[in-house]
Every structure is written in structure tokens, then in C-alpha cells.
Design a protein around this ligand. Structure first.
Ligand SMILES: Cc1cc2nc3c(=O)[nH]c(=O)nc-3n(C[C@H](O)[C@H](O)[C@H](O)COP(=O)(O)O)c2cc1C
Length: 250
């Protein structure tokens, strides 16, 4: 069983490829979070988690959600991270999580994907992003094949205390929805409201409004087809890449 969380589609792409490669089922953690569902799973084969790296670890909201899930059957877990550059010391928090949910971590690796963090960094053009997807296909195949054979692999990377020191500072100082706003291109179509995995966007006095429960997944801003959402001054004129891998999945 493959469980994934994805803000802009990179992790969903990797998860879908792995599901196809291993002939396994696919579950969206976005939907579980959105519907605030209590979830229990049964699987005879190892569980596979595909998640983005947020400042050196898995997103904290996703970690909390996984802790509330119940996993029956197979007690082995693979964690495959997607990131722009490096997962830093992500494996540290994953090892701890596996201990807490009574699972044995049998595999850890990562796939380099396009930068999605438009609020903080430059992002690739659509063509560059597509090339990064194509370049990742070989590694995704290797990972899928190892998972199918139930091999053990730990491609652990170093982190300079990213997950333990930098991440908490980052979360408290940078992760806030305060900077998001809509421009006059906004048609109030409500797609951003539907997309937000944390139900943090609503319409107040006919205005699209962000609440306090934001994890900076960038689904709202990258997913707006009219580019009608901006974050402070840092996103103006930047490309929006959102679920771009669909054509490679056909
Ligand atoms: C809040 C945030 C923090 C990020 N931190 C890192 C990081 O520490 N290292 C890295 O290589 N990429 C980082 N990225 C880039 C994402 O991990 C990468 O683009 C990922 O593939 C996004 O997956 P998604 O489209 O499934 O959400 C970060 C992105 C966001 C939104």
C-alpha cells in the first residue's frame, strides 16, 4: 500500500509510478487530512510512504496524521522522499516515527524533483521541470524494483541538524499563511478552497481568506490556473508548476 502527501504533484507522481511498478494500491494522505478521517489499513505487503521534504524532514502535519493511523498486517515500511536537492537528515525523524508506530523501517531513499517552494525560492520553467521529471524516471524504476523485491536499502543523507534545530525555527518563523492574497485575476472559483489539504482557505465577506492552519505546501498558489494568488512580493512573475507529470504517466 502506497500512501502519499503532495502539495504540487511531485510526490503524487513518484507515488503513482511506484504503485504502477509494484502493482500496489495508492492512498492520498491529502484526502485523509482534508476529510479529517480516522483511518485503519490492512496490507500484506510493506507500507510505502512517499512524502515531500520540508526543511529537512517530513511535513509535521503528515507525521501527526500518520501517528493517528492504524496499520494492520505487514509491519515493514519504506519511506521515499521527494525534494529539490537533499532530504538532509529526514531519516532521523522517520526512524523515530517508525518506532512510535511499531513499524520496521526497511527502506529510505529520495528522488530529486522540481523546486515547488515558490514563496521562498526560484522555481524552474515548465520545460525545465519536465526535464527533471524525465531525469527522475530511472531512479524511480530502481526504487520500485527494490520495493517489489522487498529489498532493504538506506540511502541516508547528512543534515547538519536540519530536522532537529533548523526545522523548528523554520516552522515557527516562516510557515504562515499571512502572506497569501488574491489579485484581481481571481474569479472566486473556489479551487484553492478545495485543494487546501488542511481546509485553511475559505470565503469571508466574499473574499478568499487564509486561516492559521497552513503548512506551506503551496497547493493553493501553484494550483491556481489563473495565477491569481501571490505570496508577499516574492512570487510575482514566477512559473507555477502543478501536477505537471500527468502526461508522463500515460
Ligand atoms: C515548505 C517547503 C520546504 C522545503 N524544504 C526542502 C528541503 O529542505 N530540501 C529540499 O531539497 N527541498 C525542499 N523543498 C522542495 C520540495 O521538497 C520538493 O519540491 C518536493 O518535491 C515537493 O513535493 P510535492 O509537489 O509533492 O509537494 C521544500 C518545499 C517546501 C514547500
Amino acid at each position: 500500500m502506497i500512501l502519499y502527501f503532495s502539495g504540487s504533484g511531485n510526490s503524487e507522481f513518484v507515488a503513482t509510478k511506484i504503485a504502477k511498478g509494484t502493482n500496489d494500491s495508492l492512498i492520498s494522505i491529502n484526502e485523509i487530512l482534508k476529510e479529517e478521517k480516522v483511518t485503519e489499513f490492512n496490507s500484506n505487503v510493506p507500507y510505502v510512504f512517499v512524502l515531500p521534504v520540508y526543511a529537512g524532514r517530513m511535513p509535521r502535519v503528515v507525521e501527526k496524521c500518520i501517528k493517528n493511523m492504524k496499520f494492520n498486517g505487514n509491519k515493514k515500511a519504506y519511506f521515499i522522499m521527494t525534494c529539490f536537492e537533499t532530504p538532509y537528515d529526514s531519516m532521523k525523524s522517520i526512524t523515530k516515527l517508525c518506532r512510535e508506530i511499531n513499524m520496521s523501517l526497511v527502506g529510505f531513499d529520495y528522488v530529486n524533483m522540481p523546486q515547488c517552494y515558490i514563496a521562498m525560492y526560484d522555481v524552474p520553467t515548465h520545460e525545465q521541470a519536465m526535464q527533471i521529471y524525465k531525469d527522475a524516471l530511472g531512479k524511480i524504476d530502481v526504487i520500485s524494483s527494490s520495493i517489489e523485491k522487498q529489498e532493504t536499502f538506506y540511502n541516508e543523507t547528512k543534515g547538519m541538524m536540519m530536522s532537529t534545530v533548523v526545522n523548528p525555527i523554520f516552522c515557527s518563523m516562516m510557515v504562515s499563511a499571512k502572506g497569501f492574497y488574491t489579485t484581481d485575476k481571481c474569479l472566486k472559483c473556489g479551487q484553492c478552497i478545495k485543494r487546501c489539504p488542511l481546509n485553511n482557505i475559505s470565503t469571508v465577506d466574499n473574499q478568499i481568506t487564509w486561516g492559521k492552519n497552513c503548512t506551506h505546501c503551496m497547493a493553493c498558489i501553484n494550483g491556481c490556473s489563473r495565477q491569481a494568488i501571490e505570496y508577499k512580493k516574492s512570487t510575482q512573475g514566477k512559473t507555477r508548476n502543478y501536477y505537471i507529470g500527468k502526461e508522463l504517466l500515460k
